[in-house]
Design a protein around this ligand. Structure first.
Ligand code: ATP
Ligand code: PAF
Length: 284
């Protein structure tokens, strides 16, 4: 029996850091959205432990195997369909997909929420994310109202909008170096908390985009090239809004129609849809 699990990528627009000594309570609040590309994890039988990934290294996979104490022979294949380290939450998608797939393959008996907690723990241990795993359990635009792992934190999904998303990546930002830096932590948390509270009062696509842009400006995390492209997108009538993907050297923009982006002829622009479905499994 082979197991396939797809976990969508998650881009954060704005967030605040809520550190806690309990890794399951350690996390972030804020808002982001899911895209229809992510990480596809396949598990199948094998005589040895075999790992195959199309990009990146085995850090995330090894962390999940360690938490689950799995040393049995199995073949793990991951297709990472988005750039790594660029704000798409690929480390979380990789950890979550693997935890779900291993649980199913070895009949470990964990609930989906518990698989989410294992993935969240892996993210916290590696410093590679705070709120991506819980957001990836949602659909569409996801608001995080209480920090922590699935089952402890709280989210609200806004799944019904059909939105086209364009992204352009200029490079990586090492998530750990930002979220563990005391100065950044303070600026991010102050700005993120205020915007999250305003968004809870008035959640809409327009506010998500405006607040994300406000957050990017307040936190000073934008490189010049990111800032210039965002300004360009925001100057165009057919584009709903644009901001920086947290935490990556990446710009995202929303529109209702993909031709809007195609007609711009911007080199290296990737086009996705808002993912209103969420995690997908397949046994074969
Ligand atoms: N499947 C994976 N996805 C992402 N990073 C991975 C993966 N496997 C190993 N890594 C490593 O883990 C680190 C993750 O970095 P980072 O947290 O910045 O990436 P991300 O999760 O893709 O993006 P972000 O957290 O900014 O949304 C990198 O050093 C990367 O090489
Ligand atoms: C820290 C973070 C921005 C990294 O992608 C994300 O995990 C979040 O929003 O908590």
């Amino acid at each position: 029996m082979d197991i396939s699990v797809f976990v969508p990528g998650h881009i954060t627009g704005f967030f605040n850091i809520e550190n806690n000594v309990n890794p399951l309570k350690n996390g972030s609040c804020g808002a982001g959205f899911l895209v229809n590309r992510g990480v596809l994890t396949d598990i199948s039988s094998c005589d040895t432990l075999e790992i195959e990934v199309n990009q990146g290294d085995y850090t995330v996979i090894n962390e999940v195997l360690k938490i689950l104490k799995i040393e049995k022979p199995v073949k793990i294949t991951q297709d990472i369909q988005l750039p790594i380290g660029a704000g798409f939450g690929t480390s979380a998608a990789s950890a979550l997909g693997l935890a779900i797939a291993l649980n199913e393959f070895f009949s470990l008996g964990y609930t989906l929420e518990e698989c989410g907690q294992i993935a969240h723990r892996a993210e916290i241990n590696l410093g590679s994310g705070l709120g991506d795993v819980i957001a990836q359990m949602g659909k569409g635009i996801v608001l995080r109202t209480k920090a922590g792992a699935p089952g402890i934190g709280e989210i609200k999904s806004f799944p019904d909008e059909e939105i086209i998303i364009a992204t352009k990546t200029f490079g990586e930002i090492d998530t750990a170096s930002v979220i563990q830096n005391p100065e950044y932590k303070k600026i991010i948390s102050d700005a993120g908390l205020e915007l999250k509270n305003r968004f809870v009062e008035n959640p809409s696509i327009g506010n998500f985009l405006d607040f994300s842009f406000e957050f990017s400006k307040k936190t000073n995390l934008m490189s010049d090239e990111v800032s210039e492209l965002i300004d360009y997108f925001n100057s165009l009538d057919d584009i709903l809004g644009s901001s920086m993907a947290m935490l990556g050297n990446t710009v995202f923009a929303f529109a209702y129609n993909e031709d809007v982006f195609k007609n711009l002829n911007i080199e290296g622009l990737d086009i996705y849809e808002l993912d209103n479905i969420g995690i997908k499994y397949d046994k074969h």
